[in-house]
Design a protein around this ligand. Structure first.
Ligand code: SF4
Length: 347
């Protein structure tokens, strides 16, 4: 693996400024418990954890923190797969099972937030890989990160598929009392069979909606990033409707659709999966994604319009009575809300 002079990777596949790890900073661990069987953890000590999103980006946030690289949630379509290739790690099964852990992320972040040069900008988490993936249950890095941000009254957002976020509910409530906190949960569809094969390491969609509900009950508004909408598998009108209806029932403050995109690294892995599970769709996908990583704009607009109409029909939005305090979509969700394609990990 290439650890020497390794630079972190941001949401756009470009290297961030600072070298993060020394060559001697890697400790490799495995844990013989059922939830971590087959997973290897590469513990590193980062020099910097605040990653700057390039200025030309369409993202509505400039800074991200990612305590992990690789993700045991193992979503087949995850765009962040490509980032594993920079470590000479495999972008397929290796992305799911070789997890880099920045074990000192909370203390480094606290130091960086305390720097006189830091301007207190919004910090987005979960935009590259999920900070509430399985590893977080063991390493518990995110509470320290939230506490550091809270102590500096620094606004932040989290995008996740992990129900583990509820472990940190008290911390999130405390943070929301001193700064802007945006939480988004990603639920692209409800189909159980599709979930089991395409997002095999994630909590079930219904459990994620329970997170939305629980956050709302504690006064923390939560949006849903309806991502990804998977062409020909979850885009049928009745499926869009059942998802938006469930999102509304969970009390989400907003719903933002994002159509599947297939960048290099994810594309090969996804198309191999498609060939195994839905071979009759391979030719249609080749046509739909013939121009590159994104589905055609007409298709994206159609899905966006349908979901927005359903959201209106089911009354999702910040004006609903009794909903939580924080109603602005979180950073990643605001990004996805734009008409332009965005490069989230489809969390
Ligand atoms: S899409 Fe998100 S949850 Fe899924 S593997 Fe990628 S980072 Fe993890």
């Amino acid at each position: 693996m290439r650890w020497e002079n390794l630079t972190d990777e941001n949401e756009h596949g470009r290297a961030a400024d600072a070298a993060l790890f020394g060559a001697d900073a890697v400790t490799v661990r495995t844990f013989d418990t059922p939830e971590f069987r087959g997973i290897t953890f590469h513990e590193v000590r980062a020099r910097s954890v605040l990653n700057r999103v390039p200025g030309a980006s369409r993202m509505p946030f400039e800074w991200t923190v990612n305590p992990y690289r690789g993700c045991s949630h193992a979503c087949v379509y995850c765009f962040a797969r490509k980032t594993h290739s920079y470590l000479d790690l495999d972008t397929g099964i290796g992305f799911d099972t070789q997890i880099v852990v920045k074990v000192n992320a909370p203390e480094v972040l606290r130091r960086q937030l305390g720097s006189r040069r830091w301007q207190g900008d919004h910090v987005a988490m979960g935009t590259n890989v999920d900070c509430y993936q399985r590893a977080e249950g063991r390493y518990r890095l995110t509470p320290g990160i939230i506490s550091a941000l809270t102590d500096h009254a620094n606004p932040f957002s989290i995008l996740t598929k992990g129900t583990l976020i509820l472990r940190d509910l008290d911390l999130l409530v405390r943070a929301s009392e001193v700064t802007d906190v945006g939480i988004s949960v990603s639920v692209g569809f409800l189909d159980t069979e599709l979930w089991r094969t395409v997002e095999p390491g994630t909590p079930a969609p219904e459990r994620r909606l329970d997170v939305v509900r629980a956050l709302g009950e504690h006064g923390i508004g939560c949006g849903v990033l309806m991502a990804p909408v998977i062409p020909f598998l979850s885009d049928q009108p009745d499926r869009l409707r059942e998802t938006v209806r469930a999102v509304a029932a969970a009390g989400a403050t907003s719903v933002t659709p994002l159509v599947l995109h297939l960048r290099p690294g994810a594309r090969e892995w996804f198309m191999a999966w498609l060939g195994r599970h839905h071979p009759y769709l391979v030719r249609r996908y080749e046509r739909l994604y013939a121009e590159g990583a994104y589905a055609p704009r007409w298709y994206q607009r159609r899905i966006t319009r349908q979901v927005h109409e359903l959201a209106q029909e089911y009354g999702i939005g910040p004006t609903r009575a009794g909903q939580a305090r924080r109603i602005r979509p979180a950073g990643p969700e605001r990004a996805a809300a734009g008409a332009e394609p965005v490069q989230l990990s489809l969390m």
